[in-house]
Design a protein around this ligand. Structure first.
Ligand code: KG4
Ligand code: ZN
Length: 346
């Protein structure tokens, strides 16, 4: 069996990442996966600042690549190619990554492969769990929320998604509204563990409508209203109120995702009756409560369920190297004219 070893580079949002992945036949092995976050840099602004992100990527990319090589014990001469996220994402960051990859490719003569960030997330269940095609994928992150039928390394059919905010974005806004640190997901989840989900009322948007589309922006309005009422009553935001608000919010998101996943699964099963399988990917898939609900939906259908380990749910370069090798094996590669794309639907 032919073995391939790729360097992967990711810089589309607020994580600078480099990884070395080896693919032997169908079996991948992550030799190194380095992720440098930027939370501290953006924290004072309550959200990712594109200019700051781009500069931080430009500063850290080389270091991440060097570290990934050091961890793997390999040199550039041991590689078969360089894969890089070419979009979608914050354009300055994507450009920094593409430039870095082009520099390495030009200097070494290694082939260059541009990767769609979403394809990286979508193929992660194969990287981590060896999940066979096809499978239904729920991609839920800070910037994305969609149901995809993954039929092959480049066969993605979108069957629904958010019509406004992504759930991760909603978690981040919730944290901001309640004075919790960024990124909001882990902070809100920790609070929710101490809270009563039934105390405050949150809507379940779009559940009354058919289909797999979702909406999360209305939860913010409900949250602000409930918070203001609680604060007026107590003269400030009490710890328990904050926990109850987080629990109520998280439970609304989980209910919507679970019910829409159920519908998406029905649609998927009509097309793929012989292979029930559901996977999650993206940063929000790190949420234990949401994972458990989706696992419950999988069980209802007797479906195989795959949820990548937390480190590979959030942005990383291993998924980019892996997706890049899939393209490369099909004979696809890019030239020095590879461009960074802010928008790039799958
Ligand atoms: O996939 P990702 O690293 O970046 C992209 O958006 O592409 O996802 C980051 C998002 C953030 O919005 C973060 O708040 C959310 O994932 N997140 C979580 C949790 N951990 C991270 N959301 C809910 N619960 C979590 N435990
Ligand atoms: Zn992502």
């Amino acid at each position: 069996t032919q073995s391939l070893t790729f360097l992967g580079i990711e810089s589309s949002c607020d994580d600078t990442a480099a990884a070395i992945v080896r693919l032997t036949g169908e079996v991948p092995e992550i030799l190194a996966s380095v992720v440098a976050g930027q939370f501290e840099l953006h924290a004072p602004y309550g959200g990712v600042v594109p200019e700051i992100a781009a500069r931080a990527h430009a500063e850290k990319l080389d270091l991440c690549v060097e570290e990934a090589l050091a961890v793997s014990g390999l040199g550039l001469a041991d590689l078969d190619g360089v894969a890089v996220t070419a979009g979608p994402g914050l354009i300055g960051g994507v450009m920094s990554g593409v430039m870095c990859a082009k520099g390495i490719a030009a200097g070494t003569g290694l082939p260059l492969v541009g990767v769609n960030h979403l394809a990286g997330h979508a193929l992660t269940p194969r990287l981590t769990d060896g999940l066979d095609y096809p499978y239904l994928l729920l991609l839920v992150s800070g910037g994305h929320c969609q149901f995809l039928i993954v039929g092959g390394p480049e066969a993605f059919t979108r069957i629904g998604g958010t019509i406004d905010d992504a759930p991760g974005e909603a978690f981040d806004k919730t944290a901001k509204i309640l004075g919790l640190p960024q990124p909001g997901g882990p902070a809100v989840e920790a609070e929710a563990r101490q809270g009563d989900a039934k105390r405050f009322h949150f809507p379940r948007p779009l559940l009354d409508r058919p289909g797999c589309d979702m909406s999360f922006s209305g939860l913010k309005t409900a949250l602000v209203r409930a918070r203001d009422a609680a604060m007026a009553e107590a003269g400030g935001l009490l710890r328990q109120d904050r926990a109850d608000l987080c629990a109520g919010f998280q439970s609304a998101v989980a209910d919507v995702l679970a019910e829409k996943a159920r519908r998406a699964m029905r649609l998927y099963m009509e097309r793929n009756p012989a292979r029930p399988a559901i996977a999650v990917a993206g940063g929000v898939a790190a949420n234990t409560a949401i994972r458990a609900r989706l696992q419950g939906v999988a069980a209802e259908f007797g479906a195989e369920f795959a949820a990548p380990p937390l480190k590979l749910c959030t942005d990383n370069a291993a998924m980019i190297a892996f997706a890049g090798m899939q393209r490369f094996r099909r004979g696809e590669r890019d030239g020095m004219d590879l461009t960074a794309r802010p928008r790039w639907p799958l």
